[in-house]
Design a protein around this ligand. Structure first.
Ligand code: NAD
Length: 264
């Protein structure tokens, strides 16, 4: 039996989107410590540069691309860069997100005030951009011997929110977030059918991550989980590496909900 634990990430070419974000940069660090060749994409240039410096301290290979993934031109440029340098792509981790912290008007608000602009931005960023990136890059992934795509979704793509945990806080749960993530979950299955057997496609659906939110929210949220706490980045990285690597080589079209038992 081959040793699936030692070499499943080492030397692989890995693209991480949303790499400047909380989850994206933790994924990047974890993959670099396992010997991956990284290509990191985000719109936040300063954070991308800082990330590159901190990863290169560990002698890892990393390219950064500061581009907006909702634009077709950005996707073409990323494809050309990977084609030129590596000729193939082994692993794609989509951690791009239009998330609750965005200040866009009509986003973090109640039903009546949710705007068309925020709705479109969520669908475009959380769902549509992922589809067209995969459409462009799957040709390069077909050249890999162990191609894997991991879409970072959300438990809210699966579950309806519990309004009680938001009462008395400034936190909301906009419909367009859940709708986009539900679409991403279905897209994961659709693409697993389309891209198999050469490319596996799976999703990870994290529960809420602790980010010093309103104390009352954190307390009520934690009480709803079986593990009595919100998630941390560390809780999410293991499942991502599992889906990215050959450890999950007979799994495709799945959505792993990493929610501490919130939805049990
Ligand atoms: N934070 C949570 O509680 C939580 C829970 C479940 C799922 N998720 C999901 O995990 C993923 C990462 O979330 P996070 O908490 O790290 O959020 P984050 O906001 O820290 O990271 C998202 C990153 O995506 C980048 N981005 C946004 N639009 C982009 C675009 N058009 N082109 C390129 N980059 C763009 C942002 O600059 C940001 O760095 C998201 O898909 C999010 O929906 C987060």
């Amino acid at each position: 039996m081959s040793n699936i634990f030692d070499n499943s990430i080492k030397g692989k070419v890995v693209l991480v989107t949303g790499a400047s974000g909380y989850i994206g940069r933790n994924i990047a660090h974890a993959l670099s410590s396992h010997g991956a060749n990284l290509i990191l994409v985000d719109t936040n240039q300063k954070k991308l540069k800082d990330l590159k410096i901190s990863i290169e301290r560990n002698n890892a290979s990393v390219d950064i691309i500061c581009k907006d993934l909702t634009r077709k031109g950005s996707i073409e440029l990323i494809k050309k860069m990977i084609e030129k340098k590596y000729k193939k792509l082994d692993i794609l981790i989509n951690s791009i997100g239009f998330v609750g912290t965005s200040k866009m008007k009509g986003w973090n608000t109640g039903f009546k005030n949710q705007s068309k602009q925020a709705w479109d931005c969520s669908i475009e960023t959380n769902m549509t951009s992922v589809f067209f990136l995969i459409q462009a890059l799957h040709v390069l992934m077909k050249k890999s011997e162990s191609a894997s795509i991991v879409n970072i979704s959300s438990m809210y793509g699966e579950y309806a929110p519990d309004k009680k945990i938001y009462e008395g806080t400034k936190i909301n749960n906009p419909a367009a977030y859940s709708v986009a993530k539900a679409g991403l979950n279905h897209m994961t299955k659709w693409l697993a059918v389309e891209l198999g057997p050469k490319i596996r496609v799976n999703a990870i659906s994290p529960g809420g991550l602790f980010r010093n939110q309103d104390k009352m929210f954190v307390k009520k949220y934690a009480e709803k989980t079986l593990l009595k706490r919100m998630a941390t980045e560390d809780d999410i990285i293991g499942p991502i590496i599992f889906f990215a690597s050959d450890m999950s080589k007979y799994i495709t079209g799945q959505n792993l909900i990493v929610d501490g038992g919130w939805g049990t």
